[in-house]
Design a protein around this ligand. Structure first.
Ligand code: AQP
Length: 328
């Protein structure tokens, strides 16, 4: 039987953090053993918010380098920059013609970004349509994402169904693959908000490439609460619960066993143990990153774009024929 196709993307909007890693990337790497994977640095998504083109060039290559260091294997997976494969934008336009604006008006990520001061531009507004095109272009049936992207994936499923109802059965309706634990890693500075690249407070996130000292400092300064018990309670103790989830995912130990061990150990000892676990988890990525050079990364990305264009073009013909846009 053919292997199912997995698609996912990461925006090169800044440094990749522990939330991206535990919520998405770690899964991406594992999925390569069992699926045909398409992983994309989604640079067209990233330019929907204000950015500096010079810095962006660097951020793009950095993001690709971190993903390679984390274990994305370009010999097993399609791995490339989204902007280098124009079929993404073409399919996005087609899907846009069947996207009700009422549905886009409900997207919380758009509303949050505009509330935080981003310009309300058409690209940001139609971001979920481009995301749907990314996924449907390769007829992907599984999408590993963090919990924050659930609403966008729902819209992708809806668009696949709308397209199929109108033009024939072209797209699989994709399913989300959301990790059971650490689906949403929370900010270390405000554990009621998700850890995010764009938070101006650098202490709010651990970066994948942070040195062990920096990781320890950030985790030691993570916001907790005044009750000294270490227990899992996302309502009353969101900071401690976040640290428990992070440690559980990094060590593979259950939250119950961590609570048994650290329940009354005090926050200092507990945070040091969390830091140890995160440092150990990130160490191999840091060392792989140091062994990669930018030219090698650029070569991998060029080759990935060529392969992706060939594959995308084959699929895009099917969508063009179904919609009456085939070449004559
Ligand atoms: N805090 C998080 N917890 C779990 N998963 C997360 N992801 C992002 N933040 C968390 C997942 O990482 C993948 C790639 O994300 P992205 O690059 O598309 O960025 P994003 O979702 O917009 O979140 P960021 O990294 O915090 O960036 P900004 O600040 O620009 O919004 C996705 O699968 C996402 O679910």
């Amino acid at each position: 039987m053919d292997r199912q196709t997995v698609f996912s993307g990461l925006q090169p909007t800044g440094n990749v953090h522990l939330g991206n890693y535990l919520g998405a990337l770690r899964n991406w790497v594992k999925l390569q053993d069992s699926y045909d994977c398409v992983y994309c640095v989604v640079d067209l998504h990233a330019i929907t918010v204000d950015y500096d083109p010079k810095q962006f060039e660097q951020d793009r290559i950095e993001a690709a380098k971190v993903l390679l260091a984390a274990g994305i294997d370009p010999d097993r997976s399609l791995f490339y920059f989204q902007s280098q494969v124009p079929q993404h934008s073409e399919l996005s336009w087609i899907l846009g013609t069947m996207t009700p604006t009422g549905v886009l008006n409900r997207m919380t990520q758009y509303k949050d970004k505009v509330a935080k001061g981003e310009a309300a531009n058409l690209g940001l507004y139609s971001y979920p349509v481009l995301m749907a095109a990314d996924i449907l272009l390769y007829h992907a049936s599984l999408v590993p994402i963090g919990d924050d992207q659930r609403q966008h994936l729902e819209m992708t499923r809806d668009l696949a169904e709308r397209f199929n109802n109108r033009f024939g059965n072209v797209f699989p309706v994709p399913e989300a693959l959301i990790p059971e634990t650490t689906a949403r890693v929370m900010s270390l500075a405000d554990p009621t908000a998700k850890m995010s690249k764009s938070d101006p407070n650098e202490k709010s996130r651990v970066l994948i490439l942070d040195s062990p000292d920096v990781v320890r400092k950030k985790i030691r300064s993570a916001v907790t609460d005044s009750d000294p018990d270490v227990r899992f309670d996302t309502e009353e103790k969101p900071g401690v619960s976040n640290l428990l989830e992070i440690m559980s995912t990094c060590t593979g130990r259950s939250i119950d066993s961590l609570v048994d061990e650290y329940g009354s150990a005090g926050y200092g000892k507990f945070k040091d143990a969390v830091a140890d676990a995160v440092i150990a988890e990130l160490a191999p990525i840091r060392s792989a990153y140091q062994n990669l050079d930018d030219d090698e990364v650029a070569r991998i990305m060029r080759r990935g774009a060529l392969d992706a264009r060939t594959k995308a073009e084959g699929f895009q013909q099917i969508a063009r024929e179904a919609t009456g846009l085939a070449a004559i």
